[in-house]
Design a protein around this ligand. Structure first.
Ligand code: GLN
Length: 193
């Protein structure tokens, strides 16, 4: 049976995720309302502006449902702002919508001069070929709990992708490259569930 992946479509780069998923032959749906979370096999929370998405998640009453689905094992991938929305600790104050992953995240972690950059990274979990990662005003993971598997670090040791069971977070934007290995990696998590 083909799997259906919901993409949170409140703000940010959701259309790009949907187009990659379609190329991979997966059924997709845009999620804006709580009912639209029913019947999906996985959820992607895209990059964008985490403060805006947090407010919209609260006003559309999505946050609690996403949290409980994540706690009951629904695979969720958060990219860039999506990572912030899944963390259980963030440097800036404010309400955390889900707290689903035991990571401490720093927003806009790369300063003004290099707030956007691209770099080839080794990500053993997706194969030997280097992965070209695009960072846009990205967050970083300052620390991760013992259950959390670190998937990739920058050359200076900064953690920029991690997984805790069904929850996957990336500080960069896999939807902006032609390399779909990270979406496939997420679909693997979905298919194995
Ligand atoms: N800087 C944004 C934030 O803090 C994240 C940027 C992104 O998703 N590209 O929410």
């Amino acid at each position: 049976m083909t799997k259906k992946i919901g993409v949170l479509a409140l703000q940010g780069a959701f259309a790009e995720h949907i187009s990659i998923l379609k190329k991979l032959g997966v059924e997709t749906s845009e999620v804006r309302l709580p009912d639209e979370l029913d019947g999906i096999d996985g959820l992607i929370i895209p990059g964008g502006e985490s403060t805006t998405i947090t407010k919209l998640m609260a006003s559309y009453e999505l946050a609690d449902k996403i949290k409980s689905l994540g706690q009951s094992g629904l695979p969720i991938m958060g990219t860039c702002a999506g990572m912030i929305l899944l963390a259980n600790k963030v440097d800036t104050n404010g309400k955390l919508p889900t707290g689903l992953m035991d990571i401490e995240v720093k927003r806009n972690a790369f300063g003004r001069q290099v707030d956007s950059f691209e770099i080839d990274l080794d990500i053993p979990a997706i194969g030997k070929k280097p992965y070209h990662a695009i960072f846009i005003r990205a967050p970083r993971i300052e620390s991760a709990g013992s259950n959390v598997e670190v998937l990739v670090k920058l050359p200076d040791g900064t953690i920029v992708a991690a997984r805790d069971g069904n929850i996957l977070t990336l500080a960069f934007h896999p939807e902006l490259t032609r390399d779909s290995r990270l979406h496939k990696y997420f679909l693997d998590i979905v298919n194995r569930r």
